[in-house]
Structures are given as C-alpha cells and as structure tokens.
Design a protein around this ligand. Structure first.
Ligand SMILES: Nc1ncnc2c1ncn2[C@@H]1O[C@H](COP(=O)(O)OP(=O)(O)O)[C@@H](O)[C@H]1O
Ligand SMILES: [Mg+2]
Length: 268
C-alpha cells in the first residue's frame, strides 16, 4: 500500500490540538484492532469547531476540504492528501492524511515561499510582492519556479482557493509537494487569494491543460460528479465548471486583480 492509499478508516484517538489553527483542528492517531497505534496520522477538523466566517456559509468548510481533494484526484493533480468526511469524538468532520513534514526536516512553506533582500532574489524564484523589513530595507517575497508548484497554482485557479499561503504548502521526505487547508475554496464569487502569483500572464503548462480537460469531462456526468455534487451547492458546481471551461478557452495564468486584495493574510 502506498502512503496515499491509507484508508482513513478504523479507530483513532486525538493526539493533540493544533494551537496555530484558525478552526478547531486536532492531530489524530489511528489504532489497530489491538488498540495500539498503527503509526497512521490524520488531521481531524470537526464541523462544529468551524469558526463563523462572513463570506462562507457556516458548517461547510469540511465539505469543501473533501470536494477539493476529489477535484485534485479527478483531474489527476494528486496534490492534496486523502481527505474524507467521518464521525469522530467531536462529531462529524473532515479527516486528512497527515504528511510527516517533520521527517522531511522542514516547516510548511520553507524553501517554497521565502523573503529575500530586494536586490538578491536567487535564480529559480519568482517575485510575488515587494515590501520592507522591520528596519525599512526593501525585501521581496518570492516562491519557487517549480513545475509541481505551477500545477498547484492551476489547481488553485480551479478551486478558487481563497487561502493559499506558505503554511499550506509542503514537500514530504520524498520531495513530493502537498497542499493543505482547502476549507476556503469553491465559492461562486472570485476569491482567489494566493501567494503563487509568479506565473501571471504565462501560459498554463500542457500537463495541466490535459488535467483540466479530464476534469471537465468527468464533471459532466458519472461518479466523480455525483460525489462532488454531494458536497457543494449546485451553484458552486456550476461555477467550478465555468472556471474550468474559461481556463481551457484561455489557458493563461491570470494577472493580479486590482479591485480586491489578492494575497492571503498572513502570507505564511
Ligand atoms: N494533512 C496535513 N499534514 C501535515 N500538516 C498539515 C496538514 N494539514 C494542515 N497541516 C498543517 O497544520 C496547519 C493548520 O492546519 P490548517 O488546515 O491550515 O488549519 P486551519 O483551517 O485552522 O487554518 C497548517 O498550516 C499546516 O502547516
Ligand atoms: Mg490554515
């Protein structure tokens, strides 16, 4: 069984609560028939622990997490760890396989999104935003120019991701890229807030066009559509299809919007 086939079934116990999370979020440990830990971990976000938001309907973030996972797998991006809806000790919630980034020896965001002195952005990095450090010196926030990160940016366009920050990106010990926290996605209005603007105006890579085509077909009918239909509203599904269609008609990364704030807060 490969890591991403972990079924996320069976018993689990709460190992700890994440203190830096904006919603009630716990890391859980799966236990086997003998009651002993299997080593498999997940992030459990009970729906009743979702903080109320102005622009997203209450109690829907867990469903968006699962829908985002299904969209990632349906299109063939495979950039989101397996995510399911399940009951747990604090009621129903989303459960997402935990990526052991500690084993990889770095924090989420590290080596993917960094701040540099404005005159010293290294080769292989793309500028997102200019700013100042605590002493008023010019700095630049930049992300890596890597093919898997560019595919993540396409997935975010599809998901209409309102919260792609450094902490929601990590490479595992095998170097594989993963995205986290897709509760703020799939709104009908354009809410893209991302730290991955570095490809603005450039063509969408051919591999992602193929994924978009696959997703467009599978969203028309069949089991993938049916599974996503269970999780988001009819309007949100139609808006998702609209984004895919428009991106295929004009496969270019969009420019930063000027009529709204385009970055997540905080950036990491
Ligand atoms: N599946 C995961 N595996 C490993 N770390 C994760 C996973 N999901 C989230 N994290 C880490 O935990 C932090 C909090 O989780 P997140 O999903 O962002 O919660 P919240 O919705 O409260 O912001 C993230 O910023 C990320 O660094
Ligand atoms: Mg978060």
């Amino acid at each position: 069984m490969t890591a991403d086939d972990l079924p996320l079934t069976g018993d689990f116990e709460v190992e700890g609560v994440l203190t830096d999370a904006s919603n009630l979020t716990a890391r859980v440990l799966f236990t086997g028939a003998d009651g002993k830990p299997t080593g498999e971990r997940a992030l459990y976000k009970p729906i009743r622990g979702e903080a109320p938001l102005r622009d997203f309907p209450q109690g829907t973030l867990g469903h968006r997490e699962v829908a985002a996972y299904l969209i990632s797998t349906t299109g063939g991006w495979d950039l989101i760890p397996r995510t399911v809806l399940r009951d747990g000790p604090l009621g129903p919630g989303s459960l997402q396989r935990w990526i052991d980034w500690e084993a990889a020896g770095h924090q989420p965001g590290q080596s993917l999104l960094e701040a540099f002195p404005a005159a010293a952005v290294p080769e292989g990095w793309l500028t997102v935003v200019h700013g100042e450090d605590g002493e008023g010196r010019p700095v630049v926030v930049a992300h890596r120019d890597a093919p898997d990160l560019a595919s993540m940016a396409v997935l975010d366009l599809v998901l209409n991701n309102a919260d792609r920050k450094g902490a929601h990106l990590v490479r595992d010990a095998d170097g594989r890229l993963w995205g986290f926290d897709h509760g703020l996605t799939l709104h009908t209005e354009d809410k893209l807030r991302t730290a991955l603007w570095g490809w603005a105006g450039r063509p969408v890579p051919a591999a992602d066009i193929a994924r978009l085509e696959r997703l467009r077909t599978l969203l028309e009918s069949g089991s993938s559509r049916a599974a996503i239909e269970e999780l988001i509203s009819a309007e949100e599904l139609a808006a998702l299809q609209g984004r895919v269609t428009r991106l295929l008609a004009e496969p270019v990364y969009p420019e930063l919007p000027t009529d709204r704030y385009p970055l997540p807060w905080p950036l990491w």
